[in-house]
Unconditional design. Structure first.
Length: 387
């Protein structure tokens, strides 16, 4: 009897211990964690325009050095440094006395030769009937005719000398070769200048319009050509491709320019092509040599798709990827292709479609296949371009 009760007591004790242990296990096990909360945006196609900025420098459309064509002393400087001058405007006066004397001598020589020509022609005309009547020898008549011809040549030579003397005299008045902004003068009145000197007297620069030269990657040039072909890049009412200009301080130049041309050869060392744009510069705000950035339109994609930059990562192969909220609220990895960056958003060229839910927040430690709690966020929008 005692053994039987002991056996029942042992069984009861073991069962109690098991129940106690089971109860302890249930009490110590943590509750299952809820699905991670993530933010997502719903893809909505929208017009997307994007631009490319290329560094470059401003270049004067025309620059002309003012040099003396004749030698002499500078008598006067007839302009104010930094002013606007017009083509043909007199800038300097070189002492004209010797050139005036040469011109006067040439005129006197011409008058003398013209008088000699008149005499020679009269003589030849008088000898003609006498030679026909054999009143004089034919040799005398021939000499008279030859003398008239020589007098004609002398007059022509004298006229050329007068013209040359007139040119040299005119060159004593040094004039502006082009219209534009004139810089500092390198000489003052009293300085001796020569026709063969290397030092320029001053430089005239045309500032309106002004060029902007940039180096464009050859790949970008191909993209521009594709934009023209696809109709993404539009020309303005004048048939020009508009270009904007960002200044050194980050502000935008108020006037729009136009793409003028691109070079036909690629620089082998840099893989770039020279691109030139023309900008109006009526107030001469832009000066040659300024560092600027040309802003070129890369086109408008009417049904563009954009995603925030933080939503895009890359796999081990270098492919751009995003995580989507898929069926059953499970995270799904999606490979995409990206283009330009616009307003801190990646332009997605393939891999996403309207209605896709792209995870943008809570991505840290999130793996594909994990169930999430999605919370909708505002979809990104692109600021309308005014380029």
């Amino acid at each position: 009897m005692y053994r039987r009760n002991s056996r029942h007591l042992s069984v009861f004790s073991c069962a109690a211990v098991l129940i106690f242990i089971s109860g302890c296990d249930k009490k110590s096990a943590p509750p299952a964690a809820p699905p991670a909360q993530v933010g997502f945006i719903t893809i909505i196609p929208q017009p997307v325009s994007w631009t490319t900025q290329l560094p470059g420098r401003t270049t004067a459309e025309m620059t002309a050095d003012v040099r003396p064509q004749v030698s002499g002393l500078i008598l006067r400087r007839l302009f104010t440094e930094g002013d606007e001058v017009t083509a043909g405007q007199q800038l300097y006066q070189i002492d004209p006395l010797t050139y005036q004397a040469s011109y006067d001598t040439a005129l006197a020589t011409l008058a003398y030769d013209q008088a000699a020509l008149t005499t020679a022609r009269i003589k030849a005309a008088r000898y003609k009937p006498l030679a026909a009547a054999q009143a004089i020898s034919k040799q005398d008549y021939d000499d008279a005719v030859a003398g008239a011809g020589e007098a004609v040549a002398n007059v022509a030579s004298a006229r050329a000398s007068v013209e040359q003397a007139q040119i040299n005299l005119n060159y004593t008045r040094v004039r502006a070769p082009i219209s534009g902004h004139i810089g500092a003068s390198s000489v003052t009145p009293g300085a001796l200048v020569t026709a063969s000197q290397t030092t320029v007297l001053a430089t005239v620069t045309q500032l309106d319009p002004i060029y902007v030269d940039v180096e464009e990657p050859s790949t970008l040039r191909l993209q521009l050509q594709e934009g023209f072909t696809d109709g993404d890049i539009k020309k303005d009412s004048n048939g020009d491709i508009p270009v904007r200009l960002q200044l050194e301080d980050g502000s935008m130049y108020q006037l729009s320019g136009a793409l003028q041309f691109t070079e036909v050869t690629v620089d082998e060392s840099t893989g770039t092509v020279l691109l030139r744009a023309t900008f109006p510069n009526p107030d001469h705000f832009l000066l040659p040599g300024m560092y600027v950035r040309a802003v070129l339109s890369q086109g408008v994609r009417q049904n563009g798709i954009v995603v925030p930059q933080q939503a895009v990562s890359h796999n081990s192969h270098g492919d751009a990827t995003v995580l989507l909220v898929g069926a059953g609220n499970k995270a799904v990895l999606q490979i995409i292709q990206t283009g330009a960056v616009v307003d801190n958003q990646w332009v997605v060229t393939s891999g996403l479609k309207a209605g896709d839910r792209v995870i943008t927040d809570g991505l840290t430690g999130l793996d594909p296949g994990v169930t999430v709690t999605p919370v909708a966020e505002a979809a990104p929008s692109i600021t309308p371009s005014n380029e």
